[in-house]
Design a protein around this ligand. Structure first.
Ligand code: AVJ
Length: 323
């Protein structure tokens, strides 16, 4: 049978490595030191994140799934989409709930997974094309902070950005991202956005400081990534994990804390990083939202809220907005 799978590449491995080099040079030179959460997701990091989603303390994945199970058909009907574009397409389970509902409307034609990992995308694309006969799968390899202009055109499109990954952007980058999404959409196209909501601080804390230490391993893994990609010599065991909630910023901040003074060599960028005892390296922020704030930020970018769903505990929310 004719294959309906195609792949379009806007981000090559060399470019990704160069981006990491530039980022590391900038971020490790800052006070306070920081890295982009992007580098958390090598193969082992992606596996550890999968493990996180199954932890008893980590509620977002389960809550979002609950919402999608209950409302995928409403989403499909309201969106009227024939094309589903998934940014940072994670596990295909949530994708399948949406594809199933969109297929049910009879309009589904195309699925566009958009992700940085070509390897991962190819695998997902082939599996989904096999499981949804007649669906054309067009994978796009890119960074959704830089390559949104390459979203395929045509048809009525629904862009899904799930999991609460929007929380990884700080406010300015978030506004820029919403604007870029809005600019790449046409009237009638929609954005399905997953946002984690503000809640009891002890539950927030527990979700990012789990008792089994999986999040700690996930966080520390970024140092292995740097050692591999930069030829650096981070002593991974000399850093501990802590992810406090910052009340002022409204975000969880993942930190690696140097347990002793140390100098880390960074050969690939001909540099070195000095850490004092107790010094913090920030590896991720994860913003938590109030619904009216999300609506206002979407509106500021020209995206109009059409519907809003939460789970039974109001832990997490999905919003559907249109250009
Ligand atoms: C994948 C970005 C949604 O912020 O909750 C999980 C990543 N970090 N535990 C999140 C994460 C620590 C996750 N996102």
């Amino acid at each position: 049978c004719r294959s309906l799978v195609s792949v379009e590449v806007h981000l090559h491995p060399d470019e990704a490595r160069l981006a990491l080099h530039e980022e590391a040079l900038r971020g490790l030179g800052l006070p306070p030191k920081e890295l982009s959460p992007k580098w958390l997701y090598d193969e082992r990091g992606s596996q550890l994140f999968e493990d996180i989603t199954r932890l008893p303390e980590y509620y977002p994945t389960r809550r979002e799934r609950e919402i999608l199970r209950a409302h995928a058909h409403d989403i499909a009907r309201l969106s009227g989409a024939d094309t589903l574009i998934e940014l940072g397409s994670g596990t295909s389970e949530k994708t399948r709930l949406l594809l199933g509902a969109l297929r049910h409307t009879g309009q589904l034609r195309r699925f566009v997974p958009f992700d940085v990992s070509e390897h991962f995308l190819r695998r997902a694309a082939l599996t989904l094309a096999r499981d949804y006969p007649g669906l054309s799968v067009h994978a796009v390899v890119g960074d959704f902070e830089r390559h949104l202009e390459h979203l395929p055109r045509g048809g009525r499109r629904l862009v899904a950005f799930l999991g609460g990954t929007i929380g990884n952007f700080k406010p300015r980058a978030r506004a820029r991202f919403f604007q870029e999404v809005a600019d790449s959409l046409l009237p009638g196209d929609g954005l399905l956005l997953g946002t984690d909501l503000l809640k009891d601080r002890s539950r927030l804390f527990a979700a990012y400081n789990d008792s089994a230490g999986v999040t700690a391993a996930f966080n520390r893994n970024v140092l292995h990534v740097l050692n591999r990609e930069l030829g650096s010599d981070f002593d991974v065991n000399a850093f501990t994990h802590l992810a406090p909630f910052d009340e002022e910023q409204g975000w969880i901040e993942m930190r690696l804390i140097s347990q002793r003074p140390q100098v880390v060599r960074l050969p690939a960028i001909r540099s070195a990083a000095h850490f004092e005892a107790g010094e913090v390296l920030r590896t991720e922020v994860s913003c938590k939202f109030r619904p009216p704030q999300v609506e206002a930020e979407l509106f500021a970018a020209g995206l109009h809220l059409a519907a809003w769903w939460t789970d039974s505990a109001r832990d997490f929310a999905l919003s559907l907005s249109f250009k």
